[in-house]
Design a protein around this ligand. Structure first.
Ligand SMILES: NC(=O)c1ccc[n+]([C@@H]2O[C@H](COP(=O)([O-])OP(=O)(O)OC[C@H]3O[C@@H](n4cnc5c(N)ncnc54)[C@H](OP(=O)(O)O)[C@@H]3O)[C@@H](O)[C@H]2O)c1
Length: 346
């Protein structure tokens, strides 16, 4: 470190000298032709000046990180420059694009997540629908946002999940950054003993086994990137440590199983660099939320709404993006989180 400070100053003086020399040379040139395009000498001076300034900053940056003193990671090399996460003025990694795969993207929280994530044109969002032909809201959004691609998917079928993974691999040849398992069903929530076997099985199939099928089929695509992030939209009702005013029978069981599965996948996949979270999206006025209020009746749904804020799908999605998906790896991996980022008991 003692040698780095004076060396850094020396190199800066050197860069300054080159800049002056370059300016002198450029004033003697009236016009240049670069790749067939005429560039005036004054524009060329600007380009040269900016390049030299960046080179100097990169040198100082490299030195301040006291890595290899004379290795110039970004002198006119914008590919390695992009990787310089310690750049002093702005972090280019935050400006890079992210690819998302969102299930159940045709309505409710899923559609709102697709809108939220694809509003940044640098991101690519693959959104799924069981019936793309009738997914009008999603199709309308995709027409105006070419960074949204629609893929058919039914998470209750391994065949369908594998086909979706294959189609997505063609859309994202460089791999997938973030998998968001959002699709879910809530059937009749009556009493446990009155709840039919078929409904236990159907909700378990979609809400609990669905995320396993997804991670299994999409792992080769996630493996291609270092990001390797998975968010499973679960529910507070899946927590074994929260007292609820009513039982959620087959749905609650399936979400408790989904949490158990996320915990298991965290254990299995963390050593491979994966970051997983389970997310409670809040009490949301989607089709599912509205159906639930009808099933619960006015009195209980009134109690629920006065105890918990009722969110729109858009509010839930925005909060999930900001508090859970952003910095997932750094802050949130391995947790069961509420949409506002607070930790919930599994
Ligand atoms: N709303 C709430 O208050 C609340 C609270 C806690 C947790 N959640 C969870 O949040 C997630 C999203 O719920 P939401 O409120 O947005 O519900 P929603 O409005 O009913 O939407 C559910 C989405 O899941 C899709 N889906 C259902 N079964 C599927 C299957 N077998 N394969 C693929 N997609 C399927 C639906 O597609 P189709 O249009 O084809 O049916 C739809 O896109 C769910 O996992 C839910 O359990 C919601």
């Amino acid at each position: 470190m003692r040698h780095i400070q004076p060396l850094s100053t020396l190199l800066l003086v050197f860069a300054k000298l080159i800049t002056v020399r370059a300016s002198e040379t450029m004033t003697n040139v009236s016009n240049l032709e670069l790749n067939g395009i005429d560039i005036s000498a004054s524009k060329m001076r600007h380009i040269k000046g900016v390049s030299l300034m960046l080179s100097s900053l990169c040198l100082v940056n490299t030195l301040s990180q006291h890595k290899q003193v004379l290795k110039l990671p970004c002198l006119y090399n914008f590919a390695s420059f992009k990787k310089s996460t310690h750049f002093p003025f702005f972090n280019l990694s935050q400006m890079s694009s992210t690819s998302y795969f969102v299930t159940g993207g045709n309505r409710g929280i899923g559609l709102a997540l697709v809108k939220e994530l694809s509003s940044d044109a640098k991101n690519t969002v693959v959104a799924t629908a069981r019936e793309p032909n009738s997914a009008n809201d999603l199709k309308d959004w995709a027409v105006k946002h070419p960074n949204v691609k629609i893929v058919q998917l039914d998470v209750s079928s391994s065949k369908s999940v594998e086909a979706a993974a294959e189609e997505t691999a063609a859309l994202l040849p460089d791999g997938l950054d973030v998998l968001v398992s959002n699709a879910g069903v809530l059937k009749d929530i009556g009493k446990y003993l009155d709840h039919p076997d078929e409904l236990y099985i159907e909700q378990f199939n979609v809400n609990a086994v669905g995320p396993v099928r997804l991670v299994r089929a999409f792992k080769p695509l996630l493996d291609k990137k270092d990001t390797r992030e998975v968010a499973v939209v679960s529910s507070l009702v899946g927590s074994l440590n929260v007292e609820l005013p009513v039982g959620f029978s087959g749905y609650g069981v399936s979400k408790a199983a989904a949490n158990y599965i996320v915990k298991g996948l965290i254990q299995e996949l963390s050593p491979e660099g994966y970051s997983l979270v389970a997310v409670h999206p809040g009490l949301v006025g989607s089709d599912m939320g509205d159906d639930t209020f009808v099933q619960l009746g006015n009195e209980v749904s009134g109690q629920l709404k006065s105890a918990l804020p009722l969110l729109t799908p858009g509010e839930s999605a925005k909060a999930i993006k900001e508090n859970v998906l952003t910095d997932l790896k750094a802050k949130n991996a391995g947790k069961f989180l509420s949409y506002e980022g607070s930790e919930l008991p599994w």
